[in-house]
Structures are given as structure tokens and as C-alpha cells.
Design a protein around this ligand. Sequence first.
Ligand code: 89Y
Length: 342
Amino acid sequence: MGDLRVGIFGTGFWSNFQIPAWFEVGGVTIAALYNRTVAKAERVAEKFHLEHAHIYGDPEELLRKEKIDFIDIITEIDAHAPLVLLAAKYRLPVICQKPMAPDLVTAERMVEACRTAGVPFFVHENFRWQTPIRALKQALDEGHIGRPFRAQLSFLTGFPVFDNQPLLKTLEHLIITDLGSHQLDLTRFLFGEPTRLYCQTNQVHPDIRGEDAATIVLDTAGHTTVVIRVAYAGNPVESDHFPQTTFFVEGEKGTIELSADYWLRITTRAGTLSKRVPPPHYGWADPNYDVVHASIVPCNADLLKALKGEGQAETTGEDNLKTVRLVFASYDSAASGKAISL
Ligand code: 89Y
């Protein structure tokens, strides 16, 4: 099979990493680019030497004129739904960045539109593809610590997140959609489907619209109690390990810790086994985001496998809808002050 031809929709911050990650995976030709501000798309095309790619300021014009095999949506969140619905209309397989949508009804509509049109729909949810997360999953599956009964996931940072992603400041729902969606997906990936959750949020920055800290407590089908703590509060943290999610998992026979600088420690009565599980570094990645940017490569490879009909992808739209439900159940819990059965 020759290269699949992709239309890139959106050439903002994230496209600077998504595009070279496609080159890393291989088997894909960037055939066309759409961006509302055409000059921005032209700059990205020049940066990545995409001389043969046509550039559009109107997504439908691109779809009418170009012969492409799939669409990769890398826009801000509000543009996700209209573009996914357009993909369904043109019967083109589509990948959409997380978070899928600004609300649950919209996410359900996107999944339903693709299902009805028979169009493969995938969500680019990359945290579960991080090297340290795969190592943690393997350690859990190997059974060193027996059944995990409690896990803490933390992403607490003073990193100036809004400098690179200023649009985040304008979101009504901020940290649980932008970041918590990752930790909720990791909860499902590592500990199974949640059955109940309780959430509290805080707004610390005075100049933003949504919440910038959240605490979510979940119970899973396997009876693991999971505590998620996320913050973009901007507080200085002595050993800031942005953008790593750290873990402390307690099992019936021991504990597993995934801590700063990618240290994985498995402790049982026999002692502690420590190893570093760092991500690969790519020249195109921003070193401040290494572990996240590196994870785009295996995530895209998994999606490409499914696009080529060579297997199932992990993060289909249908699968990610389960994560989106957890995101909005968290907001419902925070608003009502009540735990929610799922
Ligand atoms: O937007 C966030 C994400 O999805 O991964 C890292 C990030 O860019 C900042 O926390």
C-alpha cells in the first residue's frame, strides 16, 4: 500500500509537533492544509518543506478539491465538532485531537454522525502512549503488587501553560477538559472503567474563565480507589516535572511509584526494583514537553494501523466518549457537591 494522503486541519501550536510526528511514523503524505488564517498555514508549510501541499482557508473547499484519505483535526476545541461533521458528510476517516468537544451532547453527536455515515472516527489521546505509562501498565499487568486497591495520579505544575496555549484561558471548562481528560483516560486504561466519582474544583488564577485545579476521586469496577489531582494554578513547585503525570499505586502485595525524571520503582517484600523509563527525544520536540511530544509517535502509529485496515486502534471515538462522559460527570459532581454513579 502507498502512502495515505492526509489533510491537516489547523496549523496552530500543536501542528508543530503533530506534523513531524507523522514524518517519524512514515507512510503518510501531507497533501493539504487548512487554517482559518491562511498565512499561518503557509508558515507551517514552509517550516516543514511541504511545497506540494495545497493551502486553504475554507475546509469544505479543501474537501471538494483534494484527493485525501483521511483528515487530522488539530484545531482549538470549538472547531472539532463542525469539522468532524464535515468529515462525516464527505465520508472521510477522521482523527480529532482531545478533548473531543466542549460538552457531552456535542461529543455524542460527533460519534453518532460518524457511526451513521460509516466513517472511522479516532481521537488523538496520547498520554496512554507515553513511554513511562506503558512501563507502568506492564508492571501492573505482570502482577508484582497484586490487585491495586488505591492509586494517586498527580499533575501539579508551575509551568506557564497559558504562554503557549493562550486559548485555554478562555475556556468555560478548563483543566478537566484540557488535562483531566488525559488522567481520566489513564484511569480507564490502567485500572478499568470507573463506576462512581466525586469531584471538587478551584479557580486560582484570577484572569481566566474556568477552573485551574481539580481533585477527582473514583471507584473502578475492579475496586481500585483512584485519586486524581491536577493543577495549572501556576504555583512554584520545587522539583517541577511538567508535563509528567506521577503515580503512587498501592496493591495487595506492594507498591509502584512513577516519579519525577521517569523513575519507576516497584516495591515488594523482596525489596525495591528501580529503573528509569524515559521517552525517546526527537529533534523536533520541544524539550519542555518531551514525554508528551514523544507519545504522539506511537499514538499516530496506532491510528494509522487502523486507517490502513491492519487492526483496531485503542482510542476510537466510541472509546473516547467513555472518557468524555467522565469529564462531564466530574463537572456535574463539582456543581452539585454530590458523588455520581456511572
Ligand atoms: O494541553 C495539555 C495537554 O494536552 O498536554 C500537555 C498540555 O499541552 C499542557 O498541560
